[in-house]
Ligand binder design. Structure first.
Ligand code: FES
Length: 127
């Protein structure tokens, strides 16, 4: 990854398989799944299904949706929402692609780092 402004460059668009996904791992933060659609749109979601935490990056991308590999919930890539009749949402990371490069919004990554720290603190707190 490289640095610059409020956006963090993470990879090239071509590093993400068409109609597939790639995982971005950032120490201390939730894994992020980058999805690329057939028409080259790129989306970024936490790589955890809102159902039981399945790896969405290993799901099947169809249109602007992904089907979770574990129990087949369908998630909208633009919003992170599960399609009815299922109910749930996975966090989205603002993403943009420009000149063949993919960038994630730093503020969203910081938000995730804070959330991860709060969870770790809660897990370590005495009962
Ligand atoms: S964990 Fe994704 S559908 Fe169950």
């Amino acid at each position: 990854m490289s640095a610059g402004g409020e956006w963090l460059k993470v990879c090239g668009v071509d590093d993400i398989p068409v109609a597939g996904a790639r995982v971005v791992r950032v120490p201390g933060r939730a894994d992020i799944a980058l999805f690329r659609t057939l028409d080259d749109r790129v989306f970024a979601l936490h790589d955890r299904c809102p159902h039981k935490g399945g790896p969405l990056s290993q799901g099947i991308v169809h249109g602007a949706r992904v089907t979770c590999p574990l129990h087949a919930w369908v998630i909208e890539l633009a919003t992170g929402s599960a399609l009815e009749p299922d109910v749930g949402m996975v966090a989205c990371i603002r993403v943009r692609s420009e000149a063949g490069e993919v960038f994630l919004h730093r503020e969203d990554l910081r938000r995730d780092a804070l959330r991860a720290q709060l969870i770790a603190d809660a897990a370590c707190a005495p009962a």
